[in-house]
Design a binder for this molecule. Structure first.
Ligand code: AMP
Length: 111
């Protein structure tokens, strides 16, 4: 399978890793939309959130996001978590990932 995020997990493509464990990998987005823009991805390949039935995995992802937010010192100021599912939401990489964005004032509604 020629999935770019699977290749990042296998370290075939370089990335700036900020966190890794047996279930997830977190690395800096290549085209940051905020001063802090980190992607948290599942190590197992799921194309979209719709394929995930594992509640513990979803919970784990959010615990990792909290941990990174604290380590980056953005927990008190605030941060945004975005997960784009399918084309109308703007998903471009079909390997489940959560965007962790912070470091500037966010706006609502999102574009
Ligand atoms: P989405 O549009 O929600 O599917 O998000 C995909 C994200 O992956 C975008 O923010 C891209 O900038 C990011 N991205 C694509 N290729 C890479 C890469 N090689 N390393 C880091 N981030 C990437």
């Amino acid at each position: 399978m020629n999935c770019i995020f699977c290749r990042i997990i296998k370290k075939e493509i370089p990335s700036k890793i900020v966190y890794e464990d047996e279930l997830v990998l977190a690395f800096e987005d290549i085209a940051p939309q905020a001063p802090v823009h980190i992607l948290v991805i599942t190590k197992k390949h799921y194309s979209t959130l719709l394929e995930i039935e594992d509640k513990e995995l979803i919970g784990h992802i959010f615990m990792v996001i909290k941990k990174i937010a604290k380590e980056k010192g953005i927990d008190e100021r605030g941060f945004r978590v975005v997960m784009n599912c399918n084309h109308e939401a703007g998903q471009t990489v079909y390997h489940v990932h959560f965007h962790l964005l912070a470091g500037r004032q966010m706006h609502w509604p999102p574009g």
